[in-house]
Design a protein around this ligand. Structure first.
Ligand code: ATP
Length: 135
């Protein structure tokens, strides 16, 4: 199958630079599956997992905390607020972040705090899912 290059870049630096057969990602508009030759486009991403299909039945999951996916000829770039490969996820840290967010959501605060806690909960849950190999 034809391959193409995928770069995942965050403000802290590059996280992924590899050749893949397929990328699937959760865009705000729904699930995206991108193969070589896809039409150029830009799509905002949800907090979610990106699956990189490398071929030979191998695939990798990356936790993405929102950002943009850009398709250009022979190249996909994901500009993410934060991104971690499954093997680099600190599960204990994500569990703590999840509990902290859940505690905040149970308390009474203003809308801004609630929104912030909801996003923190989504990031932590996504990291735990990716760490466990779940999409
Ligand atoms: P925390 O409250 O644990 O910091 P967070 O969701 O607020 O979590 P972010 O602001 O999204 O963290 O990320 C800050 C930096 O820490 C980023 O570089 C991100 O990749 C990294 N990071 C956050 N959580 C984890 C984790 N569980 N494992 C590995 N890296 C993480």
């Amino acid at each position: 199958m034809k391959t193409f290059n995928v770069n995942i870049v965050t403000p802290d630096g590059p996280v992924v630079d590899t050749n893949v057969e397929l990328v699937s990602a959760k865009a705000k508009s729904g699930e995206l599956g991108i193969m070589a030759g896809h039409v150029p486009m830009v799509a905002p991403l949800q907090i979610g997992a990106v699956r990189l299909v490398l071929g030979d039945n191998k695939s990798e999951l990356v936790a993405i905390s929102g950002g943009f996916l850009e398709v250009r000829p022979d190249q996909v770039t994901i500009l993410a607020q934060a991104a971690e490969k499954a093997e680099n996820i600190d599960a204990a840290r994500a569990k703590e972040a999840k509990m902290r967010a859940e505690r905040l959501l149970q308390g009474k605060q203003d809308q801004v705090d609630l929104k912030r806690a909801e996003l923190a909960l989504k990031r932590a849950t996504n990291r735990l899912n990716v760490h466990e190999g779940k999409l």
